[in-house]
Ligand binder design. Structure first.
Ligand SMILES: Nc1nc2c(c(=O)[nH]1)N[C@H]1C(S)=C(S)[C@@H](COP(=O)(O)O)O[C@H]1N2
Ligand SMILES: [Mo]
Length: 208
């Protein structure tokens, strides 16, 4: 199958990955039910001011559109997926989420206690988004609606750190800014803490 791919496409496929045009659904446990009337998004920890937003308030924030290649640790990759949502950069520029100088990590907190951890500079990169829409439509519940973290690769932006898709928490309810790292759900289960797709950091302590 790889033989049919153009050189340009091959360059966008990290080691060990194959292309799919499907969008598989992958997560632990059931799809949570949510009520947008009571839904809240919270930010706490090492920030100048904790934040709590209702769904209407979150929706009213400036959204950006982002097209990325996404790479799942189970080895599928999907090119040119388009997302809309709010970036951490926007939250900082609006003065809503201003990390304290000592903040180093951001922990995404999702329904049922699922967490995912990333360094602050990765979360503030152009390839991470708090996403409300996928391909122009509101996120479906299966894919993490109403809000999820998404991370991927932007072709040509080699300076950015590209991490596997598990580092984006579906059903996101809050962000905790921290001075110390706190391995998330899959990281505690043995997945690699750094999760760099180009270094094939899938599992802690070894490559496979
Ligand atoms: N809340 C939550 N988010 C999660 C997961 C999960 O189990 N729970 N699984 C992660 C994994 S392993 C992957 S590959 C992606 C899958 O997203 P998708 O179902 O939209 O393809 O979600 C990530 N986010
Ligand atoms: Mo995954």
């Amino acid at each position: 199958m790889l033989g049919k791919l153009s050189n340009e496409t091959k360059k966008r496929l990290p080691p060990g990955q194959y292309l799919t045009t499907r969008f598989p659904v992958l997560h632990m446990g059931p799809v949570p039910v949510f009520d947008l009337k009571t839904w809240k998004f919270r930010v706490w920890g090492e920030v100048e001011q904790p934040l709590m937003l209702s769904w209407d308030e979150f929706s009213a924030l400036p959204h950006i559109k982002l097209t990325m290649d996404i790479h799942c640790v189970t080895k599928w990759s999907k090119l040119d997926s388009t997302w809309e949502g709010v970036s951490l950069k926007t939250l900082r520029e609006l003065g809503l989420v201003v990390p304290k100088e000592k903040a180093r990590f951001v922990i995404q907190h999702a329904e049922y206690g699922y967490t995912a951890n990333l360094p602050l500079e990765v979360m503030e990169g152009d390839n991470f988004l708090l996403a409300t829409h996928y391909e122009g439509e509101p996120l479906t519940p299966e894919h993490g609606g109403p809000l999820r973290g998404v991370c991927g690769a932007i072709p040509g932006r080699e300076e950015l750190k590209d991490v596997y898709f598990w580092k984006g928490a579906k059903w996101l309810r809050g962000l905790e800014f921290s001075t110390t790292d706190q391995p998330g759900f899959w990281e505690q289960a043995g997945y690699h803490n750094d999760a760099d797709v180009w270094l094939e950091q899938r599992v802690r302590g070894r490559r496979f």
